[in-house]
Write a protein of this length. Structure first.
Ligand code: DX5
Ligand code: ZN
Length: 217
């Protein structure tokens, strides 16, 4: 099973993002947290910024939309050429139609769930998605503590994906570190987003290597 490490640039130096991208060359994808100050109480990048990041990044972008009215705005992010676009289940009125639109534009379609949102209603829609993001913190900020109590939800999702036979990536985001990546992997995650654990602890390239090894052990 392949393991993907996707550093989140939320905790990178926003004044030097092109330089920061050069410090994570062994990453699988670059996780870009889009926040609108409505769905979450924080504000980051918009489509113009994501488009420019896409142009300068040697690594494909994994865009995580923490924005209201995803049905309206998510396609514009896929149109930047982003490798994957993940919207929140809580912010989309028609997740299936939106996922189909994202795929039609050429991006992988992802659905994300806040900690309080059950996965069960979405398990019958698995073929519509390329990846599922189980949040392990309340979305909005980097540097929070990993919610171990999300592991049963992660396991139920992993079991359903395995039973479906589909190649759907299972992603965790929030508080992923050398201490927590192992339990997420044990519960079926194969794609790991890490912000502080990559950018705030020593050399980012070394942290990516260490996280990859910890996920596999
Ligand atoms: C949180 C974001 C995360 C964040 C993770 O809402 O979606 O991607 O950057 O940061 P850490 O790894 O510091 O918890
Ligand atoms: Zn994220």
């Amino acid at each position: 099973m392949s393991t993907r490490i996707n550093p989140s640039i939320l905790t990178a130096d926003f004044a030097n993002l092109e330089h920061e991208l050069g410090r994570i060359s062994s990453a699988d994808l670059v996780h870009v947290d889009v926040m609108d100050n409505h769905f979450v109480p924080n504000l980051t990048f918009g489509p113009t910024m994501v488009n420019r990041l896409q142009q300068v990044s040697p690594i494909p972008l994994d865009v995580h939309l923490m924005i209201d009215d995803a049905d309206r705005w998510a396609p514009g992010y896929a149109e930047t050429g982003a490798f994957s676009v993940t919207f929140h289940a809580e912010a989309a009125s028609d997740p299936v139609a939106l996922a189909r639109r994202l795929r039609q534009i050429g991006s992988r379609a992802g659905i994300a769930l806040k900690p309080g949102t059950y996965i069960e209603p979405y398990l019958e829609l698995l073929p519509e998605f390329d990846q599922i993001l189980i949040m392990t913190v309340e979305p909005g900020f980097g540097g929070q503590s990993f919610m171990t109590d999300m592991m049963p939800k992660l396991r139920r999702t992993a079991d359903a994906v395995a039973a479906s036979g589909l190649d759907i990536w299972l992603q965790v985001d929030g508080g992923v570190s050398l201490d927590t990546i192992g339990i997420a992997a044990e519960n079926g995650a194969n794609t790991f987003v890490a912000g502080s654990a990559v950018f705030n602890v020593g050399e980012p390239e070394e942290q990516i290597v260490a996280l990859r090894a910890a996920a596999a052990s």
